[in-house]
Structure formats: C-alpha cells, structure tokens
Write a protein that binds this ligand. Structure first.
Ligand code: ACO
Length: 338
C-alpha cells in the first residue's frame, strides 16, 4: 500500500518519541523491535526492564536494547509526574495519595510523559479496552486548541475505486463519542478533514451523513446534522463540506445529482462523517467485513497529542502502522503549533 509507505517515510524523516505502555505485551514488543530496526520512531517502553530484557532475548529481538525503558514502579521522574497529575486534576479531586497510585499505571504514566514533554505520542490497547486507553488521555492530554471533542477515524481502503478517492475513504467518528451534539459533530468533521489531509494525503470532500438528503425527511436528528454542517463551515470556511446527505447521495454521482443538485460534495465524497457512534462503528465494521475493505484505525483525532488505541485482536503489523501514523499526527500537530 503506497499510502502507508509514504506515512512510514515521513515518520523516518522526522523521528518522534512514541511511548508504548504495554511494554511486555508480545505484539507490542515485536513491533517495537521492527520500528527500531527500521528507524521509524524513538521508542519508549513502559514495563519492568528485567522482564522486557528476558522477553526480548526469548523472542530474538535484538533492537529492543535501543529503546528507552521506563519502569513504572521505579524511575527518576516518578514524583515529578505525580505532582503534575495533582496539578492537572486537583479540581477533579486528585490528591497526592491517589496520584502516587495512578502514576504507576502505565496508561496514566504514558500520558503524563507526553504532557511533560518527554514523549510525543502513545499507542496502547493490545491488552486494554478503548475506554481505559482513552480516559487518561482525555483527562491529561485533552483536546487540541479549537477542538471541542476527541473522535476516532478509520482509513477505509475499499474495493470500489469508482467511489471516494480511488476507493479510499476516511470514516468518523467510529470509536469515541457516543452521541455528539451539533457543535461536537462539527468539530469531528473538521478534525476528520485534517486527518484526511495529513494521514490519507487527500484533499477532503466531507459528507455529513443522515437518513435524509437536503430536507427529504424532517426530524431532530436531521436538524443536528444540518446545524453541524453550518458550524463546521463557520469553523473552517474553505472546507469542502455538505449535508445533510444520505450515503448513496454522498457516494454515487447520479444519485447525488438527483437528490442534491448543485452540491459539490454529493456523489464525490471521500470523507464520511456519521451522526452518532452507533452508526459510525457499525458502518465501518460492515464495510470491512461484508465489503472486504481494509480498515486502519481508530486514528484518534482532536487531541493535543496523538494517542491511538489498538484493537485487542491487533497484529504486530497493526502496532507498527499505528506508531507510524501517530508519528505523522505528531509532526502535523507540531507544525500547526508553530
Ligand atoms: N473528547 C474530549 N474529552 C472527552 C471526551 C471526548 N470525546 N469524552 C470524555 N471526555 C473527557 C470529559 O470531559 C472528562 O474530562 P474531565 O474529567 O477533565 O472533566 C473526561 O474525559 C472523562 O469523562 P467521562 O464522561 O467521565 O468519560 P468516561 O470516562 O465515562 O468515558 C470514553 C469516556 C471512554 C471515551 C467513553 O465515551 C467511551 O467509552 N466511548 C466509547 C468507546 C468505545 O467503546 N468505542 C467503541 C470501541 S472502539 C472500536 O470499535 C474501534
């Protein structure tokens, strides 16, 4: 896949520091070894150094020695990270006692390292649920300036080159926000367009999906999508976006011309924004399983630094790709901050 080669090449050219909190997990450790061997990222592994060393020897991973290893129970910045956690979450009831426990949790530690500027991004989820990976990231790293929520996008490499960008789509939100309001949905649309540019390397044409096209049905769920489209245009006036559109009107030129005449998106969409998480999560899995699409993600977007969640069924290759994607997200976020 050429796109992934480009993502890996960009990561190699501007190496980022990626923390892997599940440092003793087999697929994670094997991916870390390959990433270090290929020079894709500087890797920080969280875990017991003896255990990591033993596993690396057992699995013949000769490059793990190049990783920085942080023992969550014993490292020189432990007290400083605990203080940082209290400082960030005092108003939410964080006490030094609670922080002393949480700072030993690799998922909290990884996010604290990022917040303190000691790492650029994180990948986890081979062992942990999405909620457990996301919660510390949402509490500590928080949203990027201008973004009202974090969401999860998928790159969908479909078998239908007549649609989207030669068959490639970006779908969101498929992973995070159960029931976004209009403002949050607008934020998801803007963030997904950015993911399309920086990760999928395409110029986004965003369809705000619904069960209605241009007033064909009236319902408060339709009103939300119409309002979100308006707000997204306000947030990014040059963004190519239209809604509300049904999926067929968004994808198929003939249907688009019939149902939404004059729309510059109908029939040409390459970014699909779903009105709720239920729709987005079900849709991506159906397109993947029934349509034979390759799905890469979730790529978490809207966060101040990249934290990407893995499926617990992930492969070594998935971990490798998600690290490369996080590196690209970090490079793009740093460029925006300049
Ligand atoms: N964007 C930004 N911040 C958020 C978001 C969001 N989408 N959601 C929650 N937060 C913040 C809250 O504001 C809060 O911050 P604060 O403590 O500083 O005030 C903090 O995160 C915790 O918020 P809660 O509402 O307590 O969130 P909770 O911990 O209950 O859940 C979570 C957040 C984990 C993201 C939840 O919404 C969730 O489980 N979503 C679904 C995840 C999932 O299961 N996806 C499907 C599987 S993934 C897949 O199939 C690819």
């Amino acid at each position: 896949m050429d796109l992934m080669q480009g993502i890996i090449a960009r990561a190699k050219a501007n190496k980022q520091r990626i923390v892997l909190p599940e440092g003793t997990e087999e697929r994670t450790l094997k991916a870390a070894d390959r990433l270090l061997a290929d020079g894709v990222a500087d890797i920080v592994l969280i875990g017991n150094p003896d255990e990591i060393g033993k596993l690396a020897t057992e699995w013949g991973l000769s490059h793990i020695a190049e990783a920085k290893i942080v023992d969550p129970k014993n490292h020189e910045k432990k007290a400083a990270y605990a203080d940082l956690l209290v400082q960030l979450r005092q108003k939410k009831g964080m006490t030094p006692e609670k922080a002393a426990v949480l700072v030993e949790d690799p998922l909290y530690l990884g996010c604290l390292m990022i917040k303190a500027g000691d790492a650029d991004g994180e990948i986890a989820g081979a062992q942990n649920t999405t909620g457990n990976v996301l919660r510390p990231a949402l509490q500590i790293i928080k949203t990027a300036p201008g973004m009202s929520c974090v969401s999860g996008a998928f790159l969908m490499f479909t078998q239908t080159p007549q649609y989207g960008e030669n068959g490639l789509f970006v779908f969101a939100d498929c992973a995070v926000m159960p029931n976004p309001n209009a403002q949050e949905l607008a934020s998801i649309a803007v963030a997904t367009a950015e993911t399309a540019r920086t990760i999928a390397d395409i110029e986004p044409r965003v369809a705000m999906l619904s069960f209605s096209t241009k007033g064909s049905a009236s319902h408060e769920m339709v009103d939300k999508v119409v309002e979100a489209t308006r707000l997204a245009k306000e947030m990014e006036p040059d963004l190519k976006i239209d809604g509300e559109l049904q999926a067929d009107a968004a994808l198929v030129e003939k249907v688009g011309a019939q149902k939404a005449p004059g729309s510059e998106i109908a029939g040409k969409a390459n970014v699909l924004v779903f009105p709720t998480l239920e729709v987005g999560n079900i849709a991506y899995k159906l397109v993947q399983r029934l349509g034979g699409a390759e799905a890469i993600g979730p790529i978490l977007q809207g966060m101040a630094a990249p934290v990407n969640d893995l499926s617990r069924g992930c492969s070594v290759d998935d971990v490798y790709k998600m690290v490369a994607i996080a590196c690209n997200q970090s490079i793009a976020l740093k460029a925006h901050r300049k």
